[in-house]
Structure formats: C-alpha cells, structure tokens
Design a binder for this molecule. Structure first.
Ligand code: 3PY
Ligand code: MG
Length: 263
C-alpha cells in the first residue's frame, strides 16, 4: 500500500525504466480491483471517455488502494474545480487531456498548487487526501507527491510541446496518438508513418527536456517502438477492450467461422 505523501510512480518516472499500465474505461470499482490485482505498474481511471462520476472515481481509488499499483486519474478537462476535487479525494497523479498551449499548461500547474503559487482551494483537512486531517503539515509537504501529466494530442499541442516542456511543475507529457492522428487528418489511424514519426519526435523532445513521457500504445509492436524511442510510461491495455476481445475469443473457439456482429 502506498503512503499518503509518497508517489513511487513519479519517483520511478524520472528514470529510464518503462512503467506499463492499463487504461480503465469501465466505471466500476470491481473491475478496477481486478486490474489492480494483475500487477501492472499503474492504472489510469478515465474520466474523459468513460462515464465516471466523482463518486465512481472515489470507489475505484479505494478498491485499488491495497494493491501494489499506482492510480492515476484522467480528468474530463483541465479546469481548477475538477482538479481540486480529484486531489481532495486522494488522487496524486493527474492526466489532463488536450493541452495545446503553454498558457493552458501553466494554468494546470496552478490548479495543482495552493496559493500563493496556485489556486487550489483549502479544505484538504475534511477530505480523504489527508485521511481527514491525519497528515501533519499536508499543505507544506504535498507538492512533491503530486504528479501532473499533460496530454499532447493535437497538431497545435505538438507544435507547442517544447514550450510546454520548459514549464516547472509539469512532471510529464502523455502523447495521445489516437487524437493526434485525427488532428493530423487520419481519423485515429495510429499506424500512419506520419503519426508515428510525430510520436517519436515528441517522445525524444520531452525526454531531452527532462520530462517523463507516456504513450497510449495498445499495439505491442508500437509499444516496443515507443519504449525504444524513450517513452517510460506506456499504456498497453484497456479493460473494456480486453474484456470484449477475451469474451469473443472464447466464443470463436466453439463457433469457428461465425459471422462477427457489427452494429
Ligand atoms: C489518445 O490516444 O488520444 C489518448 O488520449 C490516449 O487515451
Ligand atoms: Mg486522446
């Protein structure tokens, strides 16, 4: 079990070791716990493309807590109020989607911090983040345990990546190849060489700037390439897709050649 003010994921992310994780797109504490029991380094609870309420996310954080894995919450969008609430329920690592500019990135750094550096509201003593006022000097000590991960996933975001990577308080970049491919005009087709070379450029740039770099790479060959380019956080599975394909495979064994259902 992780200590409240420790973030082993962030500590290791400063090294070259790759941390492999799963994207959780089923809004359930039960399936989150199944994933946590598997042994992945980290799990992203997806608040962007999965219908998670704040209470769903809280239940998943609780279910995962006893296991040796690190929970990361992807927020619906980068705004102060959402980030404050996610931090108060005890998440320490946050992914913000669609960060296109340095101005947006600086706003996210401020959302993670208390005044005067930032704008986080002060009430952690009534929240799970401090185990209800049981973490001495939480406000003085918390910054080191928090990890801010910004997604670069558009042509504009990739053009501004160098500037975003120069900002203190941005711990890492997560490249979203699916949205990037769409932004480049390829409708989510990550296999396009143009997309892959942008991903390679982004990984190398962000690592050279001293940031951790994550990528979403469900194709194992693409994941290997990302690791070789220097990515040190790689999403190699998604619970919803894993469940769906595993169930289909079982059926295929007993109904070989069956007509696949298309909707
Ligand atoms: C993307 O590839 O667009 C992502 O956001 C990864 O989930
Ligand atoms: Mg995306």
């Amino acid at each position: 079990m992780e200590k409240v003010l420790e973030n082993p994921f962030k500590t290791k992310w400063k090294t070259n070791e790759v941390q492999y994780g799963v994207w959780l797109d089923i809004p359930s504490a039960y399936t989150a716990e199944i994933a946590a029991a598997c042994g992945y380094d980290w799990l992203v609870l997806d608040g962007e493309h999965c219908p998670n309420t704040i209470t769903d996310l809280l239940s998943q954080l609780r279910a995962i807590a006893p296991y040796p894995t690190h929970p990361i919450v992807r927020v619906l969008e980068g705004d102060d109020a959402r980030i404050k609430q996610i931090l108060d329920i005890g998440a320490k690592s946050i992914v913000v989607p669609m960060v296109d500019t340095a101005e947006q990135a600086r706003a996210m750094v401020r959302a993670m911090r208390y005044p005067p550096e930032g704008v986080r509201g002060t009430a952690a003593v009534v929240a799970r983040a401090t185990r209800w006022n049981r973490v001495p000097n939480y406000m003085d000590r918390v910054d080191e345990s928090l990890c801010l991960i910004l997604q670069a996933e558009s042509v504009t975001g990739m053009a501004n990546l160098e500037e975003v990577c120069s900002i203190d308080g941005v711990d890492g970049i997560f490249i979203g190849p699916v949205d990037l491919a769409t932004s480049m005009g390829f409708k989510g087709d990550v296999s396009r060489p143009e997309v892959q070379s942008e991903v390679e450029r982004g990984i190398k740039l962000a690592r050279a700037k001293g940031k951790g770099v994550g990528v979403f790479a469900l194709n194992p060959e693409f994941a290997d390439k990302c690791a070789a380019w220097g990515a040190n956080m790689i999403a190699i599975a998604c619970d919803a897709l894993a469940l769906s394909s595993a169930l289909e495979e079982k059926l295929d064994r007993f109904r070989p050649g069956r007509k696949k259902l298309l909707y």
